[in-house]
Design a protein around this ligand. Structure first.
Ligand code: ATP
Ligand code: MG
Length: 631
């Protein structure tokens, strides 16, 4: 189904954007009607830099909006969650079933002594209980802090302690690449250092779960005795809905706090604008609930819209590279939202895997997490979307709550440029500025900033006001600074060039890491690359490139020279890599982002710092060895 009939004219979109910026209170007050409120707000916005309060004294419940209101209409028996396990096991929960489970689990939390405002840690695989636990917290006004289930005991303990969580919801094992991972073992180790946790609830998936008396409980056992209705607590709009720690790509993760009202309004509206979500959709966002994408666009926004979502536990290329396409065919997925790192991996497996499946239900695609290189964009568009599905490249962050730079392809047939997230979204006054905050002319590289508050904007960092101000508000006066580097082209399209802290400064020229990386990946031999700046006495910095080769290409001196020449020809001498290293794997965060800070430290021979968010340590060992061989 195409949503072409729903498109609004470009002039109309521009006038909406204009109105949203000129009269944000009126605009967002209107938009907030997408939710059910127990009490209307007294004032839409109070803005004292750097704190925004939205929908002041309005009262609502996020869980009610995601679940209860749908069972009052004909969505009652509609699939809310289609869950697929790695081994093909499948569970479908209708909105009514979700409602029942969430109510009962909310009562379980109450029985464990959880009250409004308490923090609950959730350390779970991608199973329906994870979403149920989040919604149950929201129902009673408890603040959840989801920790990605791939994290170690230390990383889990650090996050639990920072948030001072009272209860931990987890599961005994998770499945990944055919293996059972012992979460219980990790949790037991973490809890040795978590004095605030009183109780732990385990979803039992294995028979030999051993519980610690008085502390540990089994999900099913507690659910048996639970009440089947708990009144949703209407919280003030600025009551925190959750805390979520950032991915840790650039350093120690930050405990981002999101509100209930503003966050729910912003994510719900951006989901509508981004893909024109409707009741026919089967929406699959492959992000883990441990990341913001999993909060905003797996759980809260799609369920608030009454959408059917797909949740998948496991690797999208296991047991074979066709797994992702098989799930799309099986459930008739209409919108697929994934990350460039996944697209590049699927691309490496080749299009024969895609062609085995019928993907005709797809109508729109999405990409998030990193700048998408044009070659991967083209493959996604042509091979996966069969040139029929527009791609929404969504730029945003944990801190922004929802998409901030993205093409609203759900309401406008906007011309796309591969690799550009297009324009600032509705209600977002973004710009590219120099270090003094002056707006830069087209095609000049600079810092991305947002000059106004928007409802999805973080409320702050959990109990760390100084870091909140320092991290986002001190770089450019009165502007929110996401610390990404960008250009605006002559047509006003925004291109994200990489992290501001990772930008190269070669002989006074500033070059984004993504710029050089995209050139390298456009060469047929290159599957992935990461570029960093190495200090140089004459030029200040010189680019060094780490390259993962495509299958069939060999680690040869000639190929290195060819690649160096290729970058020089494409981008000019200034970007010429001083050195290229072929590696099997790049160090990435568990959310799939390249950790350039680690590469830089390896090159400099420095201490690596916080490695808790790295996906696979062997990548570091390999590069260390490669570097010592090089010397
Ligand atoms: P930390 O802040 O702890 O270093 P992180 O920034 O990786 O971690 P996230 O909030 O998950 O944590 O990621 C947001 C960042 O991801 C953005 O600031 C940007 O660098 C990158 N990003 C996300 N989407 C896009 C996109 N569509 N295009 C370009 N970059 C993107
Ligand atoms: Mg960040």
């Amino acid at each position: 189904m195409k949503s072409g009939d729903k498109y609004i004219p470009l002039e109309k979109l521009n006038s909406i954007k204009k109105e949203a910026l000129e009269n944000p209170e009126k605009f967002w007050g209107e938009q907030a009607k997408c939710l059910d409120w127990n009490k209307t707000w007294d004032k839409v916005l109070e803005w004292h830099v750097p704190y925004a309060k939205w929908f002041i004294n309005g009262r609502l419940n996020a869980c009610y909006n995601c679940v209860d209101r749908h069972i009052l209409n004909n969505r009652r028996n509609k699939a809310a969650i289609i869950w697929e396990g790695e081994n093909g096991e499948c569970r479908i929960l209708t909105y009514y079933e979700l409602y029942r489970e969430v109510n009962k689990f909310a009562n379980v939390l109450q029985n464990l002594g959880v009250e409004t405002g308490d923090r609950v840690a959730i350390y779970m695989p991608m199973i329906p209980e994870a979403a149920i636990a989040m919604l149950a917290c929201a129902r009673i006004g408890a603040i959840h802090s989801v920790v990605f289930s791939g994290f170690s005991a230390d990383a889990l303990a650090e996050r639990i302690n920072d948030a001072e969580a009272k209860v931990l919801i987890t599961s005994d094992i998770l499945y990944r690449r055919g293996k059972k991972i012992d979460l219980k073992g990790i949790v037991d180790k973490a809890l040795l250092n978590c004095p605030t946790i009183n109780h732990t609830v385990y979803v039992k998936r294995n028979n030999d779960l051993k519980l610690m008396e008085g502390r540990d409980y089994c999900w099913d056992e507690l659910m048996k005795g639970a009440k089947n209705y708990v009144e949703p607590v209407p919280v003030e709009a600025n009551h925190p809905l959750f805390i979520l720690y950032t991915s840790g790509t650039t350093g120690k993760p930050k405990g981002v706090v999101h509100s209930t009202g503003g966050f729910m309004v912003y994510t719900t509206k951006t989901l509508e604008w981004t893909w024109g979500i409707n009741d026919m959709d089967v929406f699959w966002c492959t992000a883990d609930i441990g990341w913001i994408t999993g909060h905003s666009y797996v759980v809260y926004a799609p369920l608030a819209c009454g959408t059917t979502i797909v949740m998948y536990e496991g690797a999208i290329d296991y047991p074979n590279p066709g797994r992702i396409w098989e799930i799309i065919e099986k459930h008739g997925v209409t919108i697929l939202y994934t990350a460039p790192t996944a697209i590049r991996m699927l691309m490496m497996y080749g299009e024969e895997w895609v062609k085995k499946y019928n993907l005709s239900t797809l109508r729109m695609l999405g990409s998030v997490g990193e700048p998408i290189n044009p070659r991967a964009w083209k493959w996604y568009y042509e091979v996966v979307g069969q040139k029929r599905c527009p791609i929404c490249d969504c730029y945003w962050q944990t801190e922004t709550g929802g998409h901030v730079i993205y093409p609203p392809i759900g309401i406008q047939d906007i011309p796309l440029k591969p690799g550009s997230a297009t324009f600032p979204g509705i209600g977002i006054d973004a710009d590219v500025v120099d270090e003094y905050g002056n707006s830069l002319p087209p095609n000049k590289r600079g810092l991305l900033v947002i000059k106004n508050p928007w409802p999805g904007m973080l409320m702050g960092l959990w109990k760390n006001d100084a870091r909140y101000r320092a991290a986002y508000w001190e770089r450019i006066k009165n502007c929110y600074c996401p610390s990404d580097y960008a250009i605006k082209d002559e047509d006003g399209y925004f291109w994200i060039l990489g992290r501001a802290d990772e930008v190269l400064n070669v002989a006074g020229h500033r070059i984004g890491t993504a710029e050089v990386e995209h050139v390298l990946i456009s060469h047929p031999a290159v599957a992935e690359s990461a570029v960093i700046g190495k200090p140089d006495d004459i030029k200040g910095e010189v680019p060094v490139a780490f390259v993962v080769l495509n299958k069939g290409y060999q680690n040869k001196k000639e190929l290195k020279e060819e690649l160096i020449h290729y970058v020089k020809e494409t981008m000019g001498p200034i970007a010429t890599p001083h050195m290229i290293l072929f590696v099997n794997k790049l160090p990435k965060t568990r959310s799939g982002k390249i950790m350039r800070r680690i590469l830089k430290k390896l090159i400099m021979g420095e201490e690596l710092g916080d490695l808790s968010t790295i996906e696979d340590n062997t990548s570091v060992d390999e590069i260390r060895k490669e570097l010592s061989d090089f010397k």
